[in-house]
Structure formats: structure tokens, C-alpha cells
Design a protein around this ligand. Structure first.
Ligand code: FAD
Length: 489
């Protein structure tokens, strides 16, 4: 029986307020368990959401419910019944896995989400397109993070974004399990059985969970079996990211952000930077967020000259391998670039720390970007079908300085949810796959300029987002090789 929680001084209010403000992944999960225990609520899915709503009806909670109710009332979800009976496993609690899980929960599916880590530690800042800001506001982002996109801000740190989405996912009844690594699929053994996962630790009770949809959102390095990757090799591109502590002082507030200066648009800036410091960049972005965040693409010669890279090597992996990088020189390089580009107006630049308690500076290779050849496939074994879909970086790796990652990631999360809706409606599998590939063709060209302008109308229905989308651009007969029959290799 649930405890009424609307009288003043009710302990559930205090727990809920702590949940809203919680700033660490484990803290969020701990508060949520405590809240459900306090209210005597069990279970998952939208039933849990309705239980929470009924039990917490004081002003602050009600303001959030009204946002989420408005969202949940969209016709695409058929009042939370569109995917009732569909069992989904989502791999990865990055922004895209969480965002996909939220849509699947709104569709009424049972959603279990696995994350191999137990903390959200990325200070790095993501650029948000207008539709992502609108989308996150509609999910109540400001209730969880008051500073969300205030004024002209159009960015958020990865960890804050994960925290917001994790909280929404939990409230909508997504079952989130941390410290569990997905390692592969177990096909059904008999006619009656369903698909299961190989997990680490193998003692996890989730190894018995049978699901019919797998959404993989495990990031750039993680692609489940069955999918092929395509590499795009461009000209050498070495990215550097760095974060400094933001003390929110008046001097810091006054420093202007750099929302993207590319060499071709501002030759003089880059020439001056080179003349004064020896640092040679292709582009630089500076966002003032929880940290002062910089991302830049550096030229190899200047990294060699400044002693950041010790020896020139032909292959990029050896070039950037830790034993060929002088860490202190990298810190100085990043700090000098940050100082110069903000006119030396950010006082006492002190590095923020990363998850290893080290100055948050990193160097990445963007020379070779990968994308999956296909967005989805179906596996059939013993008559039991599994629909697999990719979202986020494991579908298409983004080039960070362009800030396309999370926006295209969210688009793909919506597209994947639409696919699951079609699947649950009993659409023939090859039609589902053909439609998904037709939509996927559009993803890499999307920008805020060529997607529909009416962002308040965006939903999981692709027609609301992509102008003149032809959902039959690819025919069912062209995707037969995405329907796999037999055992998992
Ligand atoms: P991710 O955010 O990478 O999340 C994937 C999640 O899956 C992770 O939490 C991971 O732990 C989990 N996972 C992976 N494998 C498994 C498994 N087998 N089982 C269970 N869980 C698993 N983008 C920018 O635009 N600018 C930046 O500065 C920037 N910096 C980044 C720094 C780092 C270190 C990384 C990894 C990414 C960065 N990105 C940056 C990319 C950006 O984070 C992504 O585009 C965005 O987060 C959306 O990614 P995603 O949700 O698809 O994957």
C-alpha cells in the first residue's frame, strides 16, 4: 500500500528533493530506491510512474508531472500502450542510451538499461541544437538542473546531461543497472525461450531477462555482433580537449565564449596565436559551463615543435600513444591556447580534474571516423526474433569540434524508438528494417538548417523532423541480408 505523501514535513518530499538535486550517478540511484521504499512502491514501467505521481502531489513534484504528462500524452505513444508487451534491453547509460530508453518507456515497453560503470565523470561539454534544448526542457530538465540552458547558453556537460536523463528514465520506470557489462547474446534454446544476454558479472540476475529488442548505445568503441563498421579516413586531425575550474567570478562571467572559430574564417586570429605562442590550430571552441571547456584541432608540426609529441610517426596510433606524448607539455599547450583565445582574461586557469583525479586534458584522433553500415538488423533463432538497433556514437562517431554528436544521437534515438513502435505493431520485419535504413540515410547530412523548423512538433515520427522524408527509399528486398537466421557467431 502506498503512503500518502502530500502533507507538510512528509519524508518522501525530502527524499524526492534530494533525488532532483543529486549530482552523482550512484546518489541518484540510491535516492530513487529510498524514495520507492518510503512510498511502498514496487515494479517498473509507466505503472511505477503513475504510482509516484499519485503519491507525490506537492507543488514541486506536480510541476514536473505536468511536463512529463504532456510529453506522455503525445499520440505516438498511444497512451503508453504502443509497445506494451515489448521487452527491451538498452546497453549504455550515455546520453543516447538514456534518451532512447525514455522513449521506449513512454511507448509502454519494459525497459532494462545496463551500464558497465557506476559514475558519470565527463566534464566535456556538448553543443545542443535548438531541438535538443526544446526536447530536454519538455522532459523537465530545469527541475533537475536549474542552470540548464539559461540565457543564450546552448550547451551542457556530458555528465549533467546524463544525470538529467537518468532521473527522467527512472521516474518513467526504466530499470537501470550499473556495474553490469553486456558481453554478447544468448539465442533462445527451445521453442518457448527468448533472447538473453551474456553479462559480467555472470551472477547478475539480469542474465535471465528475456528480451525481444536490443538497443545498443555503448559508445564509439562498442558495436554488437552482426554489424559492420565503415571507416572514413580524412586528413590528419588531432583533437585536444581541456577543462578548467569555473569559479563563476565576475571576471570569468565577462569572458566571451567562442562557439567555433575555424581557420578558414579567421586567419588572423590563428596567425597571431602561432606568432605569439607557436601553437598552430585548425579550430577552437570555448564553452563556459560547469567548467571552462575548450576543444581544438591542433596541427601535428606545432605539437612536435612544442614537444607535446616526442617523435613523428607514420601511423596515428603510435603517434598519439602515451609513451610518445609529453604530458606536461600537453598541459602547457592546452593552457596557452586557452589563455590566448580568451585574451588572457580568465584569471588563474586551474585544471579541473578528470575521473582519475588528473588534470582534465586529453588528446584524440579524429583522422579516422567510423560509422555502422546499417542502423538495425533482425536475428532469428528457433523461431524467436530479436530486433537490434544502434544509436549514438556506436551508430555514427561524431567529430566533436562540430558539435553534431548528441543532436544526431538524439535523432537516432527517436528513429530507433519509431522502429520499435513499428515492430510492436506487427509490421513485417523486412519492412521495419527497410524503413529504418531509409531514415538512417539522412542522418549524416542533418543540421539545424535542413531539419524541420517547427521543433515544438518533433516526435519519434520521422516525418516531424526530416523534411520530405521518403520512408520507402530503401525497399524490403534490399535489406534481406539484415535478417539473420541461425546462431550468433
Ligand atoms: P557514450 O556517451 O559514449 O556512452 C556509452 C555508454 O555505454 C558509456 O557510459 C559506457 O560506459 C557504456 N558501455 C559501453 N560498453 C558497454 C557494455 N559492453 N556494457 C554496458 N555498458 C557499456 N563529444 C563532444 O561533442 N565533445 C567532447 O568534448 C566529447 N568528449 C568526449 C570524451 C570522452 C572520453 C568520450 C568517450 C566521448 C566524448 N564525446 C564528446 C562524445 C560524446 O560523449 C557522445 O557523442 C555523446 O555522449 C553521445 O554518446 P552515446 O550515448 O552514444 O555514447
Amino acid at each position: 500500500m502506498s503512503v500518502p505523501a502530500d502533507e507538510p514535513g512528509n519524508p518522501a518530499h525530502a527524499i524526492f528533493e534530494r533525488f532532483l538535486r543529486a549530482g552523482e550517478c550512484r546518489e541518484v540511484l540510491g535516492c530513487f530506491v529510498e524514495l520507492c521504499q518510503q512510498l511502498g512502491l514496487q515494479g517498473s514501467g509507466l505503472q511505477l510512474y503513475h504510482g509516484l505521481k499519485a503519491a507525490l502531489n506537492y507543488w514541486n513534484a506536480k510541476a514536473l508531472w505536468s511536463k512529463l504528462d504532456k510529453k506522455a500524452g503525445h499520440k505516438d505513444y498511444d497512451q503508453g500502450t504502443a509497445c506494451a508487451g515489448t521487452k527491451c534491453l538498452v546497453v549504455g547509460a550515455g546520453p543516447c542510451g538514456l534518451r532512447a530508453a525514455i522513449e521506449l518507456a513512454l511507448l509502454g515497453a519494459r525497459v532494462v538499461l545496463l551500464e558497465k560503470r557506476d559514475s558519470f565523470s565527463r566534464n566535456n561539454v556538448l553543443h545542443l541544437w535548438p531541438f535538443t534544448i526544446h526536447d530536454l526542457r519538455a522532459l523537465g530538465a530545469k527541475k533537475f538542473y536549474g542552470r540548464f540552458c539559461t540565457g543564450t547558453l546552448d550547451h551542457i556537460s556530458i555528465r549533467q546531461l546524463q544525470l538529467i536523463l537518468l532521473k527522467v528514465a527512472l521516474l518513467l520506470g526504466v530499470e537501470v543497472h550499473i556495474n553490469v557489462r553486456f558481453e554478447g547474446l544468448v539465442p533462445p534454446t527451445g521453442k518457448a525461450g527468448g533472447w538473453q544476454a551474456v553479462l559480467q558479472p555472470s551472477s547478475s540476475p539480469l542474465t535471465h531477462y528475456e528480451f525481444d529488442v536490443l538497443i545498443s548505445a555503448g559508445g564509439g568503441k562498442f558495436v554488437p555482433e552482426g554489424f559492420k563498421r565503415k571507416e572514413t579516413r580524412g586528413k590528419l586531425a588531432i583533437g585536444i580537449t581541456t577543462n578548467f575550474i569555473n569559479r563563476h567570478s565576475r571576471a570569468e562571467v565577462e569572458v566571451a565564449e567562442i562557439s567555433g572559430v575555424a581557420r578558414i574564417y579567421n586567419q588572423k586570429f590563428f596567425q597571431n596565436l602561432y606568432n605569439k605562442t607557436g601553437i598552430d590550430l585548425e579550430n577552437i571552441v570555448y564553452y563556459k559551463d560547469d567548467t571552462h571547456y575548450f576543444v581544438m584541432t591542433a596541427k601535428k608540426q606545432s605539437l612536435l615543435k612544442k614537444g607535446v609529441i616526442l617523435q613523428d610517426k607514420a601511423d596515428i596510433e603510435s603517434l598519439l600513444s602515451p609513451d610518445n606524448v609529453n604530458w606536461d607539455a600537453l598541459l602547457s599547450y592546452a593552457k596557452e591556447a586557452a589563455n590566448f583565445s580568451t585574451n588572457y582574461c580568465l584569471p588563474e586557469l586551474e585544471f579541473a580534474l578528470n575521473h582519475r583525479d588528473l588534470p582534465d586534458v586529453d588528446m584524440f584522433d579524429f583522422t579516422c571516423m567510423t560509422r555502422s553500415e546499417n542502423a538495425a538488423l533482425v536475428w532469428e533463432h528457433n523461431g524467436s526474433r530479436l530486433l537490434l538497433g544502434l544509436v549514438g556514437d556506436c551508430l555514427v562517431e561524431p567529430f566533436w569540434p562540430l558539435g553534431t554528436g548528441v543532436a544526431r544521437g538524439f535523432l537516432a534515438a527517436f528513429d530507433a524508438a519509431w522502429m520499435v513502435r513499428r515492430w510492436a505493431a506487427g509490421t513485417p520485419p523486412l519492412e521495419v528494417l527497410a524503413e529504418r535504413e531509409s531514415i538512417y540515410q539522412r542522418l549524416s547530412q542533418t543540421s539545424p538548417d535542413n531539419t524541420n523548423k517547427n521543433i515544438s512538433q518533433y516526435s519519434i515520427d520521422p516525418a516531424t523532423r526530416y523534411p520530405n522524408i521518403n520512408l520507402q527509399a530503401i525497399k524490403a528486398s534490399q535489406v534481406k541480408d539484415l535478417y539473420l537466421v541461425g546462431t550468433v557467431e
